[in-house]
Write a protein that binds this ligand. Structure first.
Ligand code: WT7
Length: 651
């Protein structure tokens, strides 16, 4: 296995205290030896506090069942002051947000001064509608700068935003509105992606039928096309926001006041509202964004994720803005108008740091080098990946063709729950190995355990846990702390269990092997198999459904679905049934929820107690029917033969 040294141009001139491996190790040691002292000093220096904290961690993993843990609990601040106000003295005219619209070349830039005015106007507009501290506001938008403004405006007044990815269905939006008891929604008429319109307002209307608690729907107008507006409830952004004052004093809140809720899928059907708070989250995203990417003052930083996911929260909006960086927001898709769009973007905006997902890298690599090599990508210095394990081939292509060997690649491992990057190279310091997320960032203490909980030392493969709290972690699941404790702390009391498997090599490098629970990761989108299953059984023809992931050449994981048909139904018209099932998934979850392969089976393999043996479903879908292991506890071993016989594959 090749190890790549950090290229000279990434090392040179780095302002980073971790610019070398020795620097990294020294800082790592300093944080570990006294985390409280380190983080209190670090956040006081890094973040604009109204009242600087004197306390570090409050509570801990061993007391987590009693109460959420806290960081900096006696401090007070508002996260937006760090993202906006404090830059006005030195960076008022610097570009804060660089927006690349769906249509290529249609771009706009907003300085920090303009961003400040926009956020304050929007914050005043929310206040004018009676929205205030602690209220929950859903944001259901595409990638327009107004989405970032909406997030920051909520934060400014102490309201709690919950961004819902624009691809989610009305059902998904509705269940989130109900779960967090939202009183307002910010959306837009239509989203624009790849030349197509996304009906955001219409879906929002559908989602909100009968939810009287939502008294305000603020609608940003992206297109000229008409949408319905409900009298009294709905108000246009240009009518309400544009005329407001540019000044709005930030609501100063306690460090542990919730900044946002972000829903993420787990092993059970119901999405979990992860709660992140002002003090710890802004400290962690700022710290990791600066160090991992080795941010410099004149960088043009582009993360092409969506604000609907945690990557967009932490590394498009909060982390970069807290660091006074120029952050690009990209409305379109990587293949519009052709597979060269990212590289066109890099060339035109002279992007220096580019952050994307392995699935996009694989898809674009398959389109040929031509799209990349005809562009001038010499501005690039750091390339990042996130969301799923990256296969060495895709890594090599990213390194060689996109980075021309001059850039370091940071393969960043983290989760919605962790708030920010936890295991990753530090761009100027860490030699890389294709496919490895390498080393923990300071403050993160990963441990590997076997299924019995025994801690594995040295080179080993096991279940990835983190043994000490860090400031950026989610504090609880909205409205259900018990579920939070149960999901992350019951498996190995005293440690946070990530749900991922991981191998550590002899150099201490981490290789994430993927989820070990019933979560699948399709094109970097995290989905619970249970969500698929409970949606699919809504079809009359489906008695039972068993959904698992399987290796997919582009998407990382594909979705494989075993169907047990109800009495009197057959697969005679396979195409028709698959289309109907796809429609059901679209309505219940969203357009990104798709099954790649269906297999009709006479029954699901169950134990005598009725539990589906998912291991068997997984092995067959993965094309390893010979590796089923012990099936003697099955109620009806016969179904296994039928499942093996009917197995399908993409090939
Ligand atoms: C899961 C978290 C973190 C933002 C995007 C996804 C997988 C994430 C990596 C990586 C291998 C990765 C894990 C993790 N994952 N980054 N660099 N290498 N796997 O956030 O939706 O909360 O999903 O994504 O399985 O548990 P998320």
């Amino acid at each position: 296995m090749t190890t790549y040294e950090v290229p000279a141009r990434v090392r040179e001139g780095s302002p980073n205290p971790m610019a070398t491996l020795e620097g990294y190790e020294a800082l790592y040691g300093e944080v570990s030896s006294d985390p409280d002292a380190f983080w209190v000093a670090e956040t006081t220096r890094r973040i604009a506090w109204a009242k600087p904290p004197t306390q570090g961690l409050g509570g801990g993993f061993d007391q987590i069942a009693d109460a959420p843990l806290t960081w900096f609990a006696d401090g007070q601040l508002n996260a937006t002051v760090s993202c906006i106000d404090r830059h006005l003295a030195t960076r008022a005219d610097k570009t804060a947000i660089l927006w690349e619209a769906d249509h290529p070349g249609e771009d706009t830039s907003w300085s920090f001064a303009e961003l400040a005015a926009q956020v304050n106007r929007c914050a005043n507009a929310l206040k004018a509608r009676g929205i205030g501290k602690g209220d929950r506001v859903l944001i259901y938008m595409g990638m327009v700068p107004q989405a970032a403004v909406a997030m920051l405006a909520c934060a400014r007044i102490g309201a709690i935003h919950s961004v819902v990815f624009g691809g989610f269905s009305a059902d998904s939006l509705r269940s989130r509105a109900v779960d967090c008891k939202a009183t307002a929604v910010i959306t837009q008429d239509f989203g624009m992606r790849g030349g197509k319109r996304i009906e955001l307002k219409r879906v929002a209307d559908q989602a909100l039928v009968g939810i009287d608690e939502v008294h305000t729907v603020l609608v940003y107008q992206r297109t000229q096309d008409a949408v319905e507006m409900e009298d009294g409830r709905d108000v246009w952004w240009h009518d309400l926001v544009d005329g407001q004052s540019d000044e709005c004093a930030p609501e100063i809140v306690d460090a542990e006041h919730p900044l946002f809720i972000l829903y993420t899928s787990g092993s059970t059907g119901k999405p979990k509202g992860q709660v992140h708070t002002h003090g710890g989250y802004i400290t962690w995203t700022s710290f990791t964004h600066q160090h991992v990417f080795d941010l410099r003052e004149d960088d043009v930083y582009a993360c092409v994720a969506d604000v609907g996911w945690i990557t967009g929260h932490s590394y498009i909006v909060y982390g970069p803005l807290a660091n006074g960086a120029t952050t690009l927001m990209f409305e379109s898709i990587p293949t519009y108008p052709d597979a060269g769009r990212y590289w066109d973007l890099v060339e035109r905006h002279k992007v220096t740091i580019f952050y994307t997902a392995p699935t996009a890298i694989r898809a674009l690599a398959a389109c040929g080098d031509e799209f990349v090599t005809r562009r001038d990508l010499s501005s690039l210095r750091v390339l990042g990946t996130v969301g799923e394990p990256i296969n060495p081939d895709a890594w090599e292509w990213y390194h060689r063709v996109v980075g021309e060997g001059r850039c370091n690649i940071v393969d960043t491992w983290w989760q919605t729950e962790t708030g920010g990057i936890c295991i990753s190279p530090i761009a100027p310091a860490t030699p890389t190995k294709p496919g490895s997320a390498t080393l923990p960032v300071p403050g993160i203490e990963p441990v590997l355990r076997d299924a019995e909980g025994v801690v594995l030392d040295g080179a080993a493969e096991g279940l990835l846990c983190i043994r000490r709290p860090w400031p950026g972690m989610s504090r609880t699941i909205w409205g259900d702390h018990e579920r939070y404790v149960d999901t992350y702390f019951s498996m190995f009391p005293g440690a946070y269990f990530t749900g991922d498997g991981c191998r550590r090599d002899a150099d201490g490098y981490h290789w994430i092997t993927g989820r070990v629970d019933d979560v699948i990761n399709v094109s970097g989108h995290r989905m619970g198999t249970a969500e698929f299953e409970s949606a699919l059984v809504h079809h009359d023809a489906v008695a039972e459904a068993g959904v698992v992931g399987f290796p997919h050449p582009i998407k990382g994981q594909g979705v494989y679905c075993y169907l047990v048909l109800s009495e009197g139904h057959d697969m005679d018209d396979r195409g028709e049934l698959e289309r109907e099932l796809q429609g059901i998934l679209r309505n219940h979850i969203g357009a990104h929820a798709r099954v790649d392969l269906y297999q009709v089976v006479p029954g699901l393999p169950k134990t005598r107690s009725g539990k589906v043996m998912r291991r068997i479903l997984r092995k067959v879908a993965e094309g390893q029917p010979e590796a089923l292991g012990d099936i003697s506890t099955l109620a009806d071993p016969g179904v296994v033969e039928a499942i093996k016989a009917g197995a399908r594959s993409l090939a």
